[in-house]
Design a protein around this ligand. Structure first.
Ligand code: HEM
Length: 168
């Protein structure tokens, strides 16, 4: 294995581990921790704040690694001139969705800081179907939905790249 192959292997591995840590952690937060905390409302706020503080460090590290390694992977895929329009279009959609995830995650960080400022304000309960629907596709729920789509697009990119290589 040459040095450049080893370097690309490490870049790919870092990208995959960061993506898995971010999406896996977010799924655990939404599907396991949130329902569990709803059953223990007394301890919920303290635990939620402690978990959010720890998870924020992981998310920020993952975003940095994903961005840095994503740029390297993009150059690696585009420079040999093997890929066609379908690959470029899929990659563009993936990058737009990834940036949307980054913006939402950073917005969430500001939101947590604001929540800490207004700690004693009671959280309004969702009172209408519309409100519940908006909540379902906002904030961290949306980050998870986008993450799942980004994973699918990443697999599609792999398939498109391999078929472009085959047709060479
Ligand atoms: C601007 C940010 C990003 C860029 C530029 C980027 C770019 C890329 C590129 C070019 C590939 C290689 C695709 C191929 O095999 O041809 C890739 C793979 C991948 N990306 Fe990203 N990506 C970004 C963010 C993300 C995010 C946010 C996630 C998920 C949370 C993600 C998940 C993945 C996964 C799972 C793979 C497959 C890795 C493998 O099979 O080794 N990426 N990415």
């Amino acid at each position: 294995m040459s040095f450049s192959e080893l370097f690309l292997l490490i870049v790919r591995w870092s990208h995959l581990v960061s993506a898995t840590a971010w999406l896996g952690g977010s799924l655990f937060y939404l599907l396991v921790l949130c329902p569990a905390l709803r059953r223990a409302p007394d301890a919920a706020r303290t635990i939620n704040e402690a978990v959010a503080a720890e998870f924020r460090v992981i998310v920020e590290t993952c975003m940095f690694v994903l961005l840095a390694t994503g740029v390297i992977l993009t150059f690696n895929r585009l420079t040999p001139g093997v890929v066609g329009v379908p690959y470029a279009a899929t990659l563009t959609v993936k990058i737009v969705l990834a940036i949307w995830m980054f913006v939402l995650a950073r917005g969430r960080r500001r939101q947590t800081a604001l929540m800490r400022m207004y700690k004693d304000e009671p959280t309004p309960m969702p009172n209408s179907r519309m409100h519940r629907a908006i909540q379902a596709v906002s904030g961290y729920n949306l980050v998870v939905v986008l993450g799942v789509i980004v994973f699918l697009l990443s697999d599609a990119l792999k398939v498109l790249f391999e078929s472009a290589l085959d047709s060479q």
